[in-house]
Design a protein around this ligand. Sequence first.
Ligand code: MV4
Length: 451
Amino acid sequence: MFDKVLIANRGEIALRVQRACREMGIKTVAVHSTADSDAMHVRLADESVCIGPPPAKDSYLNKAALISAATITNADAIHPGYGFLSENASFAEMVEEHGITFIGPSPDHIRMMGDKVEAKATAKKAGIPVVPGSDGGVPDADAAAALADQIGYPVLIKATAGGGGRGMKVAESKDKIREAFQVASTEAKAAFGNGEVYMEKYLGHPRHIEIQVLGDKHGNVVHLGERDCSLQRKHQKIFEECPSPALNTKQRSEIGEVVTSAMRKIGYHNAGTVEFLFEDGKFYFIEMNTRLQVEHPITEMITGLDLVREQIRVAAGLELGFSQKDIEFQGCAMECRINAENPGIFAPSPGKITGYHAPGGRRVRVDSAMYAGSRVPPHYDSLISKLIVQGTTRNECIMRMRRALHEYVIDGIQTTIPLHQAVLDQQAIIDGNYDIRWLEAFVAKWVAEQK
Ligand code: MV4
């Protein structure tokens, strides 16, 4: 096992990884920008290294600074957290070339899934259902028009190098297809330096359901069920729950089987998430994330596992200590993402937290690096806390989440707590009856009512 791990991240996820390390008897190295000198992840680490000025490109994305920090502190491994360099194949490669273990999948798997066309082709070949569409890139507007006639309108044009919703264009009908192709490929070229696009049948009202997988370097793969992440705004998730209110036990084990079998075929190891759109009882693969995800704690709540601990164990070459039949799903869990934002317009609200009191009590977990007097710098993501609750039933979860939101005090900045309180009072949410379009419509209504 590793003696010392460098955590190449900040905020709540740096603390989350540090907690797992400490519970495993592993020493930790924090890295930080000059904006984060007083941050909790720095205070609680065994050692810390300042890696640069506030802009992420000069600090948390500075590969050379991170490798130097790991080298001078004698760290055996680097955990990238999520965001930043977590899905950067060349960083993972560079880490390994320096004799340091990257706590994540292989650079080849990261690269494969980063190319959305290759990811889809790989998934399809491995037996995962995909959205009907082009097999690979679409070369020009003529090809796009011909293909769209075959697939049937509406169609969606996506950037091969995109992901997370960037570089997508819908064409509702034949007269819109050429323009959609041009706009999408021009935007893709500008945003990613790669203008290649592909085409899919456009699904109008799907849910977003993702399957958590875990694999070791000996060919063992398990799935840890699904998370329903349909509540999103501008491709930012705000609330997640598991199990999905839309799935039954049979659907869960079927899709889980399909995904684990595919991951075994491709030799995937470490944590990963296979994302699907789910509409009219059918799953359609869209992307795979080759990192630990923000919302992983809800899976931990219902499985009793520590995903970061498992990531570290398998990265060190150990076998998973359990198999699929050992995994049981207990009750329900939900997560509210608390962002430092105006809850209606979602504008960032950085600043000093003058007063802070986190909720507690039965089956409540708060993953946050905030404290009274801490600062939310303007340079990074606005996620400051994740409020996670567990319940035997879904209703118990909702009641507990409302209770925990009621207890939560964060003074000095604006947060998304009022939005979560409003969302959890809606009948559609109480009924579990929502899709990826629901939240934007709700927010528009809610903002208008408040005026
Ligand atoms: C789609 C889609 C409808 N049809 N693909 C957005 C993010 C990226 N991961 C894929 N996305 C979508 N792909 C087809 N064929 C709708 C979306 C989409 C979406 C997906 C998941 C969660 C929220 C979303 C919000 C808007 C669009």
